[in-house]
Design a protein around this ligand. Structure first.
Ligand code: CP3
Length: 346
């Protein structure tokens, strides 16, 4: 039987306890992941269903979290549409042929998921046979993907992206429209293969000014969400990282669950948006603190979310590579026992 606590919380229904999963819960902080990674590079892990299944299951089995997230990456659909993608151990993802002009955009093809990323649906189907908790599928959001394809990798000031946004608005809009279709093709494929919820990661939206952030949400994010909602009922989580400046207007977003980072107290969000469940928001660095700190902060977050429509505990961003696994296990225990801990006051 599926433990549906996470899905109930996403829909704002009552749960016996606060569910928890962690962004980037599969990864280098775990010895079991490092062991497999010594033998295979990252892209091979993503593209080999048996390996992707094994790595997806590691945090579920080791930590006891309430949801699994497909082991893949937001950049995976970029390679088949025409990008020369590399994951470098030293500098992270690199795209060797970034988009800088209309000609570059014209070279890109439309994703053909069955042919291009068949390994994703195979991984999802294998996982669905094994998992006793829901499986989350995901995509990068159009703007976050735009920064990678325009900058060619991780960026500090996003000068190339902003040059197009502020200088060639028509080209920017066409890039965003192209990526919106890519995100939809990628998400529909994962949903058809059997994921139980989806998360849209908007890691870099917060580098923009509030007016542009709000326009991107209402124009592209809501288009994606509405398109999916027309056909499916599964929960949609939207995670606009570093966007607390616009949260007073966040009811503009049509997602079911809003993911938030540690820069805002969840209690404040309840006033802005009573229609959505909230996911978050422990600072990932809290896991480098002592156990007393971890417990206090986790319980503070749960208390501050007590009047929200639903609460899914998570970090405010991905778990960091050197995080002590013991502390992560402790966090999961504290969240699962929070009712008793808050009542008992210890
Ligand atoms: O466990 C999970 O959360 C599922 C898998 C997952 C990965 N990346 C695996 C991964 C997910 C959901 C992502 C999302 C992702 N990827 C985002 C959005 C979330 C965020 O962190 O803001 C972004 C921006 C990326 C792009 C990306 N992938 C970067 C910048 C890097 C390098 C930095 C880093 O942390 O290594 C990656 C590589 C990556 N993606 C790794 C993993 C486990 C590390 C690869 C390795 O083993 O060397």
């Amino acid at each position: 039987m599926l433990n549906d606590t996470f899905l109930l919380a996403c829909k704002g229904q009552k749960t016996d306890y606060t569910p928890i999963w962690l962004m980037r819960q599969a990864g280098r902080y775990m010895a079991e992941y490092r062991e497999i990674r010594q033998r295979y590079d990252f892209l091979t892990l993503c593209k080999t269903p048996e390996l992707a299944v094994e790595v997806t299951l590691q945090p579920v089995n080791i930590l006891g979290v309430d949801a699994a997230i497909l082991f893949s990456d937001i950049l995976i659909p970029l390679e088949p549409v025409g990008f020369d993608l590399e994951f470098s151990d030293k500098i992270g993802p690199v795209i060797h042929n970034p988009v800088r002009c209309r000609e570059d955009l014209k070279q890109l093809k439309r994703l053909n998921p069955n042919q291009d990323i068949d390994f994703i649906s195979k991984t999802i189907k294998l996982l669905k046979n094994e998992l006793k908790v829901p499986l989350i599928g995901f995509s990068g959001a159009p703007f976050t993907l735009a920064t990678y394809i325009i900058e060619g990798g991780v960026s500090k000031n996003f000068v190339n992206t902003k040059s197009i946004l502020y200088g060639e608005r028509d080209l920017f809009d066409d890039i965003m429209e192209y990526l919106t279709q890519l995100v939809l093709d990628y998400l529909h494929f994962q949903i058809e293969a059997g994921v139980d919820a989806i998360q849209i990661f908007d890691t870099w939206l917060g580098v923009l000014i509030p007016a542009d952030i709000l326009e991107i949400i209402s124009r592209y994010i809501n288009y994606i969400i509405d398109n999916i909602k027309n056909k499916y009922t599964l929960p949609i989580i939207y995670f606009p990282f570093n966007c607390s400046a616009i949260f007073e207007q966040i009811d503009l977003c049509n997602c079911d669950v809003l993911g938030v980072d540690w820069r805002i107290d969840i209690a404040r969000l309840v006033g802005f948006s009573s229609s959505k469940a909230i996911q978050g928001n422990l600072d990932p660095c809290a896991l480098f603190g002592n156990k007393r700190y971890i417990k206090d902060k986790a319980l503070d977050i749960i208390s501050s979310a007590k009047d929200s429509k639903g609460h899914i505990f998570n970090l405010g961003h991905g778990i960091l590579p050197d995080t002590p696994v013991d502390n992560v296990k402790y966090l999961v225990e504290v969240v699962h026992n929070s009712k008793n801990l808050i009542k008992g006051g210890v």
